[in-house]
Every structure is written in C-alpha cells, then in structure tokens.
Design a protein. Structure first.
Length: 310
C-alpha cells in the first residue's frame, strides 16, 4: 500500500488528530471541496443544483459506530425526514446508510428493523435505499442484512469493495438475488491478506465485477450496476467493454463524489450516461474526509493551498 495512503488511513482513526483538525479553519475550508456543508439543508440545496445539471444524487449523513440506541433511533428519524424532503422538493435522489449508524454494533436485529423501515420508506418515495459497506469486521453482517432485506424489497442495494480478496465470492453468492450493486475500490485500512495492496489487482477485480453484472443473464433478470469510480482510465476501459458486450448507456450508472472530477461528471452526462453524485453532510466528517484523501493523496495539495490562502 502507498505509504501516504497508509498514513492517512491511520490518521482517520486518531482521536487527537480529529480534535485538532476539526478546530482548524483551513481544514474546514478544504473539506468544502468534498461536501457542501454539515446540514441537510445545504445537502438538499446542492442536490437540486446537481439535478439541474442532469446528475442524480445519493445523500448520506456522516457518522458510524454508534453505541447508543437513542442515537440509532435519531438517525432513523433523520433519514425518514430526509426522504420526505427529497420527495417534496422533487429531487432525483436516494439515500445511503451505514449499518453501524442504525445500531449494528448495539443489536443486529435492531439494525435490521431500522433498515427495513427505511427501505420501505424509500419504496414509498420511489427510490432505492443503499447499504454502505464498512471495514471487513462488518462485511459478513452487512451482507446478511442485505440478504434479509432483499427477501421483502427489490429497492435495496449494497456496496461491494473491489480491493477485498473475498469480493468475487461475495458477488457470485449475491447474483441469484438479482441485486443492485454499487462497486467501489475501497477506502478502509485492511491488511494485505484481506485486501489487494497493488492497484492493478484492484482494477482487475473491478473489471471482473462489472463484467459479471453486465452479463446477459444478470441484466436480463434485473441486476443493476452502479460504478463508483473517478478513474478516467478505468472509465474508458469500461466504456469499451460495454460496447463489446452490447450494454446500453442507460443500463448502468456512474457514481462519483461531490466535488471530485466535476468535468468528467459533466462529460459523461453530455455523452448520455447516467451519472449520480454522492453528497455527504454532517458534523462527523473527519474519518470520512481522511479516507477521501487516502483514495487520492494528491488532494493534500488542495489542503495545503487552502492553508496558505486562509
């Protein structure tokens, strides 16, 4: 793994660094590159602006590993209200939730009930609920949660991480469920026995996953692929693969983070592709932000420029 990436991922779990960073104005300014603000009002405003550009959105309220049931209940209520506001505003949007936000560390059954309530609320509002994938300590529990929800709801999707060695087997096990899968490379610190340290291996796994989701059998039974990447070279390769496999431009979507590769997002929209931007918001942004920097350490230059400009 890249030494800078390792350092940033380690920093994402450092409580002292979090306290220091969240008090620094220049860090908060730099964070604005990746999120429109800490409030849902700011997120919804940005969502409407993205829609005007022809881009759909997925909203996620930052925070994870909650240890108090009242906090998990509050997150459920927040997302229920957010779904209502998305519909009332006529926004083309979905929400994505981490299981540990809804109580997975407290009680798996509580988490399942909360997630099922949200999935039903999303169905009523005509959208899909996405289940985020966290570190490998939660992979089995998250997939178990997805399978349980998929038994009763078609409008639920789950994220799979291409850097994990286990992901091929996980995807193969999910394909009979006609799943909606969001493929990402992965942004947590994992040991080499669990995650590929070499980018080429991660890209190869990413290619393989997309190919499985784009197979005639998978597309024929309603399987859906959301491709989460900002890698222009990878996007070009996938576009060629889509052409070879006869996959239509509307049979899948690209998902990118707010503020990253904006020109590529607009290029893809102009080319007739489905594009979705993930908009994160909330006060608990530090671990998420450090993982975003680790995905592309060159973003540290942006932080440095913000520091000297402040």
């Amino acid at each position: 793994m890249n030494p800078m990436r390792s350092l940033l991922l380690a920093g994402s779990r450092n409580a002292w660094l979090q306290r220091q960073a969240t008090q620094r104005r220049f860090v908060k300014l730099a964070v604005r590159r990746f999120m429109p603000g800490e409030t849902v009002d700011e997120a919804l405003l940005a969502a409407g602006e993205q829609n005007k550009l022809g881009i759909a959105v997925t909203l996620t309220h930052l925070g994870e590993n909650l240890s108090d049931r009242s906090e998990a209940d509050a997150v459920l209520a927040h997302y229920q209200t957010t779904l209502q506001r998305i519909r009332a505003a006529g926004i083309r949007g979905e929400v994505s939730v981490k299981p540990t936000q809804l109580g997975l560390d407290i009680d798996a059954e509580l988490c399942t009930r909360h997630m099922r309530t949200l999935t039903e609320a999303a169905r009523v509002h005509g959208s899909r609920l996405w289940i985020d994938m966290e570190g490998t300590d939660y992979t089995d529990a998250t997939l178990k949660l997805y399978r349980a929800l998929r038994e009763t709801h078609a409008n639920v999707g789950v994220c799979l991480q291409a850097y994990l060695r286990r992901t091929r087997a996980d995807l193969e096990s999910l394909l009979p469920l006609r799943p909606a899968i969001r493929i990402v490379k992965g942004a947590y610190a994992e040991p080499p026995e669990k995650a590929f340290p070499d980018k080429r291996d991660v890209d190869d796994n990413f290619h393989w996953m997309v190919q499985q989701l784009w197979s005639p059998e998978a597309r024929g039974n309603g399987t859906w692929a959301t491709i989460g990447t900002h890698d222009r070279a990878l996007i070009s390769e996938l576009e060629l693969m889509a052409k070879r496999m006869g996959v239509g431009a509307r049979d899948y979507e690209y998902a990118m983070l707010y503020g990253i590769q904006r020109s590529e997002q607009l290029r893809l929209v102009k080319a007739g592709r489905n594009v979705r931007v993930l908009i994160s918001y909330g006060a608990h942004w530090f671990p998420w932000y450090m993982r975003r920097l680790a995905e592309r350490p060159a973003n540290l230059l942006f932080v440095a420029r913000s520091m000297f400009a402040s």
